[in-house]
Structures are given as structure tokens and as C-alpha cells.
Design a protein around this ligand. Structure first.
Ligand code: 4NP
Length: 144
């Protein structure tokens, strides 16, 4: 799960998808395309909305997406088109590039990008939580 900062959207996506799949067979992680917050825990507002729905994401630590992730992961879900081009530009071949997908391409919500809630209010985090949850439900159905 990849977003820009790895403190708002992708930590939620990591926590939500991991909660819906068998931890012995599916490993979910998240990263950011930018390094501004490396080493930090998720944004307080992401922690709060996750907690509201029974998920604890406080143990997560921000890291930057790296080329190595193409080797370690089978699927790379990105939150928006900007993340898509940043990640896809690091792919070494077609196989790696083919792993990159927009998260919302898994569902029909009428939008293709998870909006960045960083500069908005708490309702943005609720909204983002709901759309990520829908997409992760669809992914989990395919993986389980
Ligand atoms: P995220 O949100 O990509 O969902 O983690 C952001 C977090 C931080 C910044 C931008 C977006 N920032 O500019 O610091």
C-alpha cells in the first residue's frame, strides 16, 4: 500500500487489509513515495479513525518506497495517480510495472483516487477510511 507521506492513507490501507486476510499467508506493508516522515508513526487522525473501527495501527513506522519492494511484493496498490507515476517510474521491467494498481480500481465507487486527507479535517479521514475499507474488502475476497 503506497501513498505520498505514508502517514495518512497507506497506513490505514495496511491495517485494514491485514485485518481482513490470513496473516500466515498474506503479508501487507505500506510505504510512501516521499521521505518527509520516515520513522514516524501514522498521523493521529489516521490512528483515531482506525481505532474507531477496532484497528490498532500505532505500531506502524513510516518508510519510503524502494525498488526492492518490486521484488518483495506481488501487488503494489497506490492511492492516486501521482503515486502511480512515482512508483511505476521505478519499475525495471514490464513485470514490475504490472504489479502497480490504483487501490480504487478494485471497486466501483465512481472515483479512481483516494484523496489526500492531510490538509483537511477529520471527516476527510472518515471518508478515506470508508473507501479504503471497500477496496480492501474486495481484495481480501480475491486473496482469501
Ligand atoms: P499521505 O498524506 O500521503 O496519505 O500519507 C500526506 C502526508 C503528509 C504530506 C502529504 C500527504 N506532507 O506533505 O507532509
Amino acid at each position: 500500500m503506497v501513498c505520498l507521506g505514508n502517514i495518512c492513507r497507506s497506513p490505514l490501507a495496511e491495517g485494514i487489509l491485514q485485518s481482513k486476510v490470513d496473516a500466515d499467508s498474506v503479508f501487507v506493508d505500506s510505504a510512501g513515495t516521499a521521505g518527509y516522515h520516515v520513522g514516524n508513526p501514522p498521523d493521529k487522525r489516521s490512528i483515531a479513525v482506525a481505532r474507531k473501527y477496532g484497528l490498532n495501527i500505532t505500531h506502524q513506522k513510516c518508510r519510503k518506497f524502494s525498488e526492492q519492494d518490486f521484488t518483495e511484493f506481488d501487488l503494489i496498490y497506490v492511492m492516486d495517480r501521482s503515486n502511480f507515476s512515482d512508483v511505476a517510474s521505478l519499475a525495471k521491467n514490464q513485470e514490475e510495472a504490472g504489479k502497480v494498481k490504483l487501490l480504487l480500481s478494485e471497486v466501483e465507487l465512481g472515483i479512481k483516487e483516494v484523496p489526500d486527507p492531510y490538509y483537511g479535517g477529520d471527516d476527510g479521514f472518515e471518508n478515506v477510511y470508508q473507501m479504503i475499507d471497500r477496496a480492501c474488502e474486495a481484495i481480501a475476497k480475491k486473496l482469501n
